[in-house]
Design a protein around this ligand. Structure first.
Ligand SMILES: [Zn+2]
Length: 395
């Protein structure tokens, strides 16, 4: 049996000193990275010095998708490089960044990006910095929006149903809420939880309906608008991709018995509420990761295709920008996207009275060469509202 080698007293001291130095170093420089907040999504793999390795959390997604949203604390004064390990999940304007715990966002820009990585130098007092694939939008953002219209008698916040977790799913009514409207309009968003930029456009549509403008006054005399901002409320709050959720996602749940409570509730609510007056149903989405034009997806069935083209022609005429839309970019429902009858707009066209049923694809970050932001996405929403008015008011 070989003699046991015990460390000499001086090596013990060196060892303890090394442990102490390592822990002090860790306390001083190891950033804390997490997604433990509404909408958060990240899998942290490891941190090696200034290099962070992470990937989007796909959860129950079939195949690959690209939503992520994480927080970095304890990195003030450091420069870190974030390396994504499951393909390139960075969009055309680089990551979105927030320095105020997710309240406001800007684009970091492509100059920060190299391949599947981006780098960032944290300010000396940057204790909480958030990064995301695009500008996130959760219930907190909706509440901030609703607060800007607090006490507006032309807006009512109701509950469509509860999602599986028990969370309330908001249903907003706006416009003509007293007496019979001439028309009704339905708006839905976030059938795919990750498609956050569509929510900023929804805000713009509702702003227009509630505003003290000619458009706003016309809506309040003629149209009742219903909006369901989060068709996958649980997914939005959990930070799920939502797109291609197994066994199928919310946007493919409109035939047969729905498996999602929100889809079932909408199918129960909309025809009864419509009373034959629902004319336009718009479902708001975002397209693929680096698609860079606004487009609408058209139902090939007539007369809905022709009606929708007429509506979108009005939109291209009345739009004031700064984001511009061209009907040349619209897409007839492609065969490769599966059975269109399973979609929201495949179903809404069957509600009596509906003329236009279509889906917006609001690009995540770039439209016709211009950065997409919450502000200009809202402005595009106002253009949509102007087009709804022109279309419905036409003789
Ligand atoms: Zn979508």
């Amino acid at each position: 049996m070989p003699p046991r080698i015990l460390p000499q007293p001086c090596s013990w001291k060196l060892f303890l000193a090394a442990v102490w130095l390592t822990s002090v170093h860790a306390m001083a420089s190891e950033p804390v990275i997490d997604a433990d907040f509404p909408g958060g999504n990240i899998v942290l793999e490891r941190i090696e010095n200034d290099a962070v390795y992470l990937r989007q959390d796909l959860r129950d997604t079939e195949g690959w998708w690209f939503y992520w949203y994480f927080r970095v604390r304890g990195a003030a004064g450091q420069t870190l490089t974030f390396n994504f390990t499951n393909r390139n999940v960075i969009g055309l304007q680089g990551p979105a960044i927030s320095l105020d715990e997710g309240s406001t966002w800007s684009w970091l820009g492509r100059q920060a990006v190299s391949g599947t990585s981006f780098s960032y130098t944290f300010g000396a007092d940057a204790d909480d910095v958030r990064f995301a694939y695009a500008m996130p939008y959760t219930e907190a953002d909706l509440n901030r929006f609703l607060a800007t219209h607090e006490n507006n008698p032309h807006l009512k916040v109701e509950t469509l149903t509860q999602d599986r977790s028990g969370r309330d799913v908001e249903l907003l009514r706006a416009g003509k809420l007293d007496g019979e409207p001439r028309y009704r309009v339905a708006l839905t968003a976030r059938h795919h939880a990750c498609e956050t930029m569509a929510s900023w456009a929804l805000e713009g549509i509702l702003d227009a309906v509630l505003s003290d403008t000619e458009d706003g006054r016309w809506f309040r005399e003629n149209v009742e608008v219903v909006a369901v901002p989060f068709m996958d409320k649980d997914g939005v709050e959990a930070g799920d991709q939502g797109k291609n959720r197994r066994p199928y996602d919310h946007a493919r749940d409109y035939t047969g018995e729905p498996i999602y409570p929100t889809v079932q509730a909408l199918k129960d609510f909309l025809p009864a509420w419509s009373e034959g007056k629902l004319r336009i149903a718009l479902d708001l989405h975002c397209p693929y990761i680096r698609d860079d034009d606004i487009f609408w997806v058209l139902n090939p069935d007539e007369p809905y295709q022709a009606n929708t083209r007429a509506f979108l022609s009005v939109l291209s005429d009345v739009q004031q920008g700064p984001l511009t839309y061209s009907p040349a970019n619209d897409r007839l429902w492609p065969r490769g996207w599966g059975d269109r009858e399973k979609t929201n707009f495949g179903w809404t066209r069957t509600v009596p009275g509906v003329q236009v049923s279509t889906a917006l694809e609001m690009p995540y970050s770039t439209n016709a060469g211009m950065q997409v932001t919450p502000d200009n996405a809202r402005a595009f929403g106002q253009d949509i509202a102007a087009a709804v008015r022109q279309y419905l008011a036409a003789p």
